[in-house]
Design a protein around this ligand. Structure first.
Ligand code: RAT
Ligand code: ZN
Length: 415
């Protein structure tokens, strides 16, 4: 049935809310990972996006903040960003949205009663509640074998929850090889700091072993704006001579998250990373040189976004996903979504949550959907004005594509 222009807003909202989401990049875990799964009000408040904001309003030495307990840090952030000031930034507004979604009394501003609510939740039920409220089909975790606590879970075996798929995260292999090779050695891989044939074979064996253990949807790394491939540095050699090969042999895409300047302010620790513009040519080189490899890409700098879309038009082995980190703000989500639809149609994944705290998926998706809805109203209206018609079923198909369908097509895996 033909959709009329005046129906668009309501219909898009309805279809969007009924479309189960595939959240292609998060930092949350299923219950079997124990304390690695973060949830609740204190975790929400000490989110590093908020730490960065709060520390701007104080003279407190950074070490003092880090030496406080989590609860004290949360108290400090609550007072600084929510009581002494109006919580208007995207990350502060996110906390309000979470409380509102849970039916708590946001206007009361009672941290003690919010704490009380979370203390009375059972984690399994709470995961169900959050997934239901955000209408998430599954999330992709960030699974890092270089994190001791996480490696143990994989090595000891754990009960799988199908709503949590894995992604093999390998940053240390690419950005800290002189320290990482020692770890690999300790774990029984016959590697040397020099990237000999043998060492590259052993890196591949390491990747294959972890692929067998995790069954990841993709391998991933966060990479600096200085990334240069090809070149004779370790990062480039390991990408071309190990990762690209394993990625192709196992048909597991390589996700590159490019543009992070690590520890620009080291005192802020996790909150201290910044952004830099990268050179798109490394990606173009990889996509062109390895046409049978798949690359899943997000870039951090706003200045890289237009050329990234152009690169994806040129190479069908590039899949763009989400508005990452400093781009995950309404004004930029709007701009990027419009730009991507205008040049790629439906051929990308519109957003990911990057949630570090389970509860955050509720706000990240709610806020993004508000923006995406408006962009879609505009875009569908334009083709209706041209005389095209579109049915509700077609709109459902389109929405599914944007919220994870195209990602599964690209992976060639359906869940
Ligand atoms: O957005 C974030 O929380 C960052 O700290 C990073 O985790 C980034 O998303 C990443 O995956 O490296
Ligand atoms: Zn992330």
């Amino acid at each position: 049935m033909k959709v009329e222009k005046h129906e668009l807003g309501e219909l898009i909202e309805k279809i969007m809310n009924e479309t189960p989401i595939i959240d292609v990049h998060t930092h949350i875990f299923d219950k079997s990972f124990g304390s690695l799964l973060l949830w609740g009000i204190d975790e929400l408040l000490v989110y590093h996006y908020l730490v960065a904001e709060a520390m701007r309003y104080t003279d407190m030495p950074y070490e003092k903040f880090w030496s406080m307990s989590k609860r004290e840090q949360a108290d400090f952030i609550w007072k600084t960003l929510f009581i002494d000031r109006t919580p208007i930034s995207e990350a502060t507004r996110g906390v309000l949205t979470v409380l509102e979604e849970l039916g708590l009394e946001v206007y009361e501003r009672r941290l003690d009663s919010y704490r009380n609510y979370f203390e009375n939740q059972d984690v399994s039920n709470y995961i169900d509640t959050v997934f239901k409220k955000a209408n998430i089909k599954y999330v992709v975790m960030t699974n890092d074998p270089f994190v001791d606590a996480e490696r143990k879970v994989w090595e000891n075996g754990h009960e799988k929850d199908e709503r949590f798929k894995s992604a093999l995260r390998i940053d240390p292999l690419l950005v800290k090889w002189p320290a990482t090779y020692l770890k690999l050695k300790e774990w029984g891989y016959d590697v040397t700091e020099k990237l000999t044939e043998k060492t590259l074979e052993e890196i591949k064996r390491f990747l294959n072993d972890w692929i067998d253990k995790m069954d990841p949807l993709y391998m991933a790394a966060s990479l600096p704006p200085t990334l240069k491939v090809p070149s004779n540095n370790e990062t480039s050699i390991i990408i071309e001579k190990a990762i690209v090969e394993v990625s192709r042999e196992r048909d597991i895409p390589f996700a590159m998250m490019i543009g992070v300047k690590k520890l620009t302010n080291p005192e802020l620790i996790l909150a201290g990373d910044s952004v830099g513009k990268a050179n798109i040519e490394s990606l173009e080189y990889l996509a062109k040189t390895y046409p049978h490899n798949k690359f899943i890409i997000t870039m951090l700098s706003r200045e890289n976004q237009h050329e990234l879309v152009v690169a994806a038009r040129k190479f069908r082995n590039i899949h763009i996903f989400g508005c990452w980190w400093f781009l995950n703000n309404p004004s930029i989500i709007e701009e990027l979504t419009r730009e991507r639809i205008e040049m790629l149609g439906w051929g990308f994944t519109v957003q990911h949550s990057d949630a570090r705290v389970l509860d955050q998926v509720m706000y990240k998706w709610k806020h993004s959907k508000e923006i995406i809805k408006n962009v879609l109203i505009e875009k569908y209206s334009q083709i209706l004005d041209d005389g095209w018609n579109v049915s509700e079923e077609e709109m459902r198909r389109d929405m599914k594509t944007l919220f994870g369908g195209e990602f599964e097509e690209f992976l060639n895996r359906k869940f």
